[in-house]
Structures are given as structure tokens and as C-alpha cells.
Design a protein around this ligand. Structure first.
Ligand SMILES: CC(C)(COP(=O)(O)OP(=O)(O)OC[C@H]1O[C@@H](n2cnc3c(N)ncnc32)[C@H](O)[C@@H]1OP(=O)(O)O)[C@@H](O)C(=O)NCCC(=O)NCCS
Length: 401
């Protein structure tokens, strides 16, 4: 795409997602220019009108074991309602994967607006998210974390402390990708009034132990009174680097006077919040899909992660959309390190690439996926696959891209 197409691209993107692009807002324009690499955006034209949009980010994403993997993050996918169901998305996806192959990106990720769209292109949901809404008046809470203090930070201090904490956490959880300085400036710290939905500007609280920053939470406050104070804390990002920081930050969040409702839309699937409350049931939770994953270069991706259990399995993968992956592979794991090669042997387990996408980050068990009819094999092989691929901690992606 060229710079001349940016305005039409932004207009089409906004229109299909149901809002209006504010082309006059210089902040929005700067943000778009800083976040997107226009060489990685691909508009679809009908004549000279942009009728479809798509693009990707190049990320380094954590996989089980802590390795950083070149990942293509699909984003800004839209087709105007006048042009849907004519194969435009399929054409974009073709281009997306072919370019990823050329660039040497071995993994693909996305957040889906609707769950039925992306399985056909080989993606599977791989990192669940837990929405939590907590009424502190019912839940109660434990005591403060000894040895950890929490203080509010802002401006340059927040801009210095938060990325350093994030960088400490990022390699420890599969599904988290590295953030650039531009991403910090134009995403987490970009805080115009129109993004606040009636709530306050973003607050940042940092947990410290012996003066060392060990975690942060970024949140907004929405004041509300109906005789009794009924305000909300809306968490944007909770990033504890230690367990003590996790407990201290939650204790802080549930003891803010006048704000008894704490909402968080994106807790990791292994989040133990209810266990910290006197009445854990008061944390209303809802689980849904977050990050979706697909293997672009199958053997390279399987060798990039680490495994919980050693073993040997032949795995047959059906992948019609990225046909270069289709085939049977021997995955041999020694000391947690996998070697993967194409073989002609009979397979122990077989699955479509979307199922392998769901398994890859270690958040979905092979036994459950087999139960759902997503993979086949004998019981012992499925059990071994399950033990090999599981990851602790659970995969999690802290933000939509
Ligand atoms: C999702 C969207 C991009 C699909 O574009 P499209 O050009 O209509 O898709 P295609 O014509 O290439 O469809 C490919 C296949 O996916 C199916 N499909 C497309 N969108 C679908 C949806 N929302 N739900 C279920 N199936 C869908 C089509 O029926 C078609 O199936 P077929 O091959 O069996 O006939 C388009 O509907 C759209 O812009 N939606 C609103 C914005 C959005 O949700 N974007 C995705 C952001 S993650």
C-alpha cells in the first residue's frame, strides 16, 4: 500500500467496524502511522474504491519454554458489506500466508471478531481469556501483602517503569509478544478522552519490594452513586512479575474506597483470583477465546517450543490452505527439546492444522480436543500428546491487536 491510500484504508476499516474514521484528528493519524507498517497493509479495491482491508504486524511471541518466535499477527480485516462472500477474505489470507512464508515468520496469530471465520484458514483458539466482574462488598478480600508497597506513578516515570516490568513478564508466558516503544506510546499510554467511555484517564499503580518494581496495574475509574457509592475500577492491564506482586496489586484494587466493582475483561485462564477472596463466587467469570494461532512453518514452529514430557509421536496434519505443511511428521522430544521431521510412516495421531494451532501454545489439552472430535488417535498417543504439549503458565495475550 502507498501513503496515498491511507485515508481511504482508514475510512473503509472504520466503516465496516461501525464507526467513523476521524481523518482530521492528528493524534489518530500519528498513531496509525506509528503502529502500522504500510508495507504490511493490503487494501482490496473495486475500481479505485477501497472495499476491503487487511494487514499484519511482525511480532516476536513467546512460546512454551520461553523462546521468541517470529509471528505474523493478522489485523484490520474487513470487507465492505457490499462486497462480502465473494472470496475477498480468502484472497487476503492467501497473500498473508505467502508473505509470511517469504519473510520467514513461522507462526500466525489473531483475535477473531467472530469465532466461525478463521478455522478454515488453519487457526485454532489457543489462549482463553476470563472476563471477571467482582463486587468487593460480597467477595471480601484477604490481608495486605507484607513487604510489598503499591504507589501511583504517572508521566515519564510510568513510561519508564511499566515497559521494564512488562519485558520481565513477557518471556514467561506463551502468547505474549514484545512491545516496541511506539506500541507503548500509541497503545497503552495513548489516552484521549474519546477512548474513556465516561471513565477517568488511565491510572498506573506499581508494586515494589525493597524499592524494586515487581508489577503494575493500569486502570480507569468510573465514579457512580446511587445513595451508596457504586464506582467501578476498569482494569486495562495487570502485569505482576512475581506472585507477591499479583497478590499486592489485587489487594490494592479491591480496597479502593468508593469503587466496589472491579472489572477485568482479560484475565489469563489460570488466574487464581477467586481463591484470594473470602467469597470467591462473588467474582463472576466468563470464559471466551482470546488469541488464535496457526502454524505457518510447521516443523520450525514445533522445534521452537519446549515440551513438558519426552516422547516420540508421529503426527499427521491436514492443511489444505498452507499445503506446504500437509503431511506426517515424527516429533521426538528429548529433555524437553523437540525434533521434527517429515516421514512416510503411519501416524499415531491425526488432526487438521486448526487443532494443532489450538494445541501449540499449551493451553488446550489434547484429550479434550480428541473428545470434541478435533483429533484422532489411540488413547495412549493422545495422552502422551496431551502431556507433551501442556504449558504452565497458561498462554495469554494481554491485548487485542
Ligand atoms: C469476516 C469478513 C472479513 C469475511 O469477508 P468475506 O470476503 O465475506 O469472506 P469470503 O467471501 O472470503 O468468505 C470465505 C468463507 O468464509 C465464510 N465466512 C466469511 N465470513 C464469515 C462469518 N462472519 N461467519 C461465518 N462464515 C464466514 C464464507 O461463507 C466463506 O465460506 P465458503 O468458502 O464455505 O463459501 C467480512 O464478513 C467482514 O468484514 N465482517 C465484518 C468485520 C469483521 O468481522 N472482520 C474480521 C475481524 S477479525
Amino acid at each position: 500500500m502507498t501513503a496515498d491510500d491511507v485515508a481511504a484504508f482508514r475510512t473503509a476499516l472504520a466503516a465496516t467496524f461501525g464507526y467513523d474514521a476521524d481523518l482530521e484528528d492528528e493524534g489518530d493519524a500519528d498513531r496509525f502511522a506509528a503502529i502500522f507498517d504500510i508495507e504490511r497493509l493490503y487494501p482490496a479495491f473495486d475500481g479505485d474504491q477501497v472495499v476491503g482491508t487487511g494487514g499484519d504486524f511482525g511480532f516476536q511471541m513467546t512460546v512454551p519454554g520461553g523462546g521468541q518466535v517470529a509471528t505474523t499477527g493478522l489485523t484490520v480485516v474487513t470487507v465492505r458489506p457490499t462486497h462480502t462472500r465473494q472470496g475477498m477474505l480468502t484472497a487476503m489470507m492467501r497473500r498473508h500466508f505467502d508473505l509470511a512464508q517469504e519473510r520467514g515468520e513461522i507462526l500466525g496469530g489473531l483475535w477473531a471478531s467472530e469465532a466461525p471465520i478463521y478455522g478454515r484458514y488453519g487457526y485454532g483458539p489457543s489462549a482463553s481469556i476470563v472476563n471477571a466482574k467482582l463486587d468487593v462488598r460480597h467477595s471480601g478480600h484477604g490481608s495486605a501483602e507484607e513487604g510489598v508497597t503499591v504507589r501511583l506513578v504517572e508521566g515519564p516515570e510510568a513510561e519508564r517503569l511499566l515497559p521494564a516490568i512488562f519485558d520481565r513478564v513477557q518471556p514467561t508466558r506463551p502468547g505474549m509478544y514484545q512491545r516496541t516503544a511506539d506500541w507503548w506510546t500509541h497503545r497503552l499510554f495513548y489516552d484521549p478522552e474519546k477512548y474513556r467511555d465516561g471513565a477517568s484517564s488511565m491510572r498506573h499503580a506499581v508494586a515494589e519490594s525493597d524499592g524494586e518494581p515487581i508489577g503494575y496495574v493500569s486502570y480507569r475509574q468510573k465514579a457512580s452513586w446511587d445513595v451508596l457509592a457504586d464506582g467501578q475500577i476498569r482494569i486495562r492491564e495487570l502485569m505482576p512479575a512475581t506472585d507477591a506482586a499479583y497478590r499486592a496489586l489485587w489487594h490494592y484494587l479491591v480496597t479502593i474506597d468508593l469503587f466496589p466493582i472491579v472489572e477485568y475483561w482479560n484475565n489469563p485462564a489460570d488466574d487464581p483470583l477467586p481463591f484470594m477472596l473470602r467469597n470467591g463466587r462473588a467474582a463472576e467469570t466468563k470464559v471466551s477465546d482470546g488469541l488464535w494461532t496457526r502454524l505457518v512453518n510447521l516443523p520450525a514452529a514445533l522445534e521452537a517450543r519446549r515440551y513438558q514430557t519426552d516422547g516420540r509421536l508421529t503426527v499427521q496434519v491436514a492443511d489444505s490452505f498452507c499445503g506446504w505443511n500437509e503431511g506426517t511428521y515424527l516429533l521426538e522430544v528429548n529433555d524437553g527439546v523437540g525434533q521434527c521431521e517429515r516421514v512416510t510412516a503411519e501416524s499415531d495421531v491425526s488432526m487438521p492444522s486448526s487443532t494443532l494451532g489450538s494445541l501449540y501454545l499449551g493451553g488446550q489439552g489434547a484429550r479434550g480436543l480428541a473428545r470434541a472430535g478435533q483429533l484422532r488417535g489411540d488413547v495412549a498417543s493422545i495422552q502422551l500428546l496431551d502431556h507433551m504439549f501442556r504449558s504452565y503458565p497458561a498462554p495469554w495475550c494481554p491485548e487485542i491487536f
